[in-house]
Design a protein around this ligand. Structure first.
Ligand code: AR6
Length: 359
């Protein structure tokens, strides 16, 4: 099930459980804990007092007072001491414990703040990394919708610093594109000239199977999703009905074929894609399902497709990755570097203020 990262106030989240960043005495305080206690009313402090203590690196659960959610999970993160006192492991442990408590209490959805990253001083960029990694690992084996709520612009900027290499990749492409403007114009002109000479050549009845593609024998042009409409027809062109019917593999068919070819289960596929199970079942059962770009790209990531295979899959849905869009460039960056962790990609997309994959 999906992990979503949003910028918001956690008390506005419509979930079964809210996680708060507590201290070991569960005594309430400022930051996100203060906001949750104020919204929940005095009943929350009474429930906390009954428990009395929760060690660092762990979490406990109470009722939610006046808040509309069912539970508040009090997670106690570590105070930052420069990374010398096992802070990373303690932070990961309190996320893991909070997730276990949510599932054990029948929650289907839970929202987290960036624990320890305020009063407790954990560097925000690193805190975000620990949160995404721990929640991502948990979701590989559990069905739970998790929202990570980032409150302040500092956390957001910290995320961007962590992705300096992606920023450079994007800049390079932008700069490259502008510098290459004239070269690109010449290249297009050359292509147009080549097309013109192809049009003058004898008509080609069928396209041949392109090298390295996943096409079934005898169905070469049918599954070649990049069939060019400029390609001349045979001497006897098909009727419009036949032409439309012969449009090749749909997105849903391509996804099911790729899952089989890569020996994945469908559950593995939707979890790796950060997709909701119900959405995936629509793709599976709707032969003509038309995905949006975030969904189609999420599935390409789950299937570990290379760039050409990704473009082929996207093309079955009339989509493509280009060079003029940050979302596309970030996806391209991860694919060409062979990095297929959807949660890490979403962390980067969030840092660059782009829509996330899947969820
Ligand atoms: N919604 C979402 N996130 C928030 C909100 C909010 N309403 N308010 C703050 N944050 P902190 P800690 C972010 O200090 O570092 C308390 O006094 C905030 O920007 O709340 O774990 C407790 O009682 C930051 O990124 O928690 C403890 O004594 C993140 O939440 C101590 O502070 C965590 O900041 C815990 O310190």
């Amino acid at each position: 099930m999906p992990l979503t990262i949003v910028r918001d106030d956690i008390v506005h989240q419509d979930v079964d459980a809210l996680v708060t960043a507590a201290n070991p005495r569960l005594a309430g305080g400022g930051g996100v804990d203060g906001a949750i206690h104020r919204a929940a009313g005095p009943a929350l402090a009474v429930a906390c007092a009954k428990i009395g203590y929760c060690p660092t690196g762990s979490a406990c659960i109470t009722e939610a007072g006046r808040l509309p959610c069912k539970f508040i999970i009090h997670a106690v993160g570590p105070v930052w001491h420069g990374g010398t006192r096992n802070e990373r492991a303690l932070l990961a442990a309190c996320y893991a414990k909070a997730l276990e408590l949510a599932v054990a209490n029948g929650c289907r959805s839970v929202a987290f703040p960036l624990i320890s990253s305020g009063t407790f001083g954990y560097p925000k960029g690193q805190a975000l990394g620990v949160a995404v990694e721990t929640i991502g690992a948990f979701l590989e084996t559990h069905d739970l919708a998790v929202t990570l709520v980032i409150f302040d612009s500092d956390s957001y900027a910290a995320g961007q610093q962590r992705f300096a290499d992606i920023a450079a990749f994007i800049d390079d492409r932008y700069v490259g594109r502008h510098l290459d403007r004239f070269a690109e114009r010449r290249r297009r002109q050359a292509l147009a000239d080549a097309d013109f000479s192809a049009d003058c050549a004898p008509p080609c009845p069928r396209r041949t199977k392109p090298a390295g593609r996943h096409t079934e024998p005898g169905k070469a042009w049918k599954s070649d999703t990049r069939f060019s409409f400029a390609t001349p027809f045979a001497r006897h062109p098909p009727t419009l009905d036949a032409f439309i019917a012969d449009r090749g593999e749909t997105f849903s068919e391509a996804v099911l074929r790729l899952i089989r070819e890569r020996h994945l289960t469908q559950v593995e596929c939707y979890r790796r894609a950060n997709l909701d199970r119900r959405l995936f079942s629509k793709i599976r059962s709707g032969k003509n399902y038309h995905p949006n770009k975030r969904t189609a790209c999420a599935i390409a990531i789950a299937l570990c497709l290379n760039l050409e295979e990704t473009q082929d899959l996207l093309a079955t849905a009339g989509l493509a990755l280009g060079r003029s869009d940050k979302f596309d460039l970030i996806l391209t960056y991860f694919i060409v570097n062979g990095q297929y962790n959807v949660f890490a990609i979403n962390e980067a997309l969030f840092a660059f203020d782009q829509p996330l994959l899947g969820a």
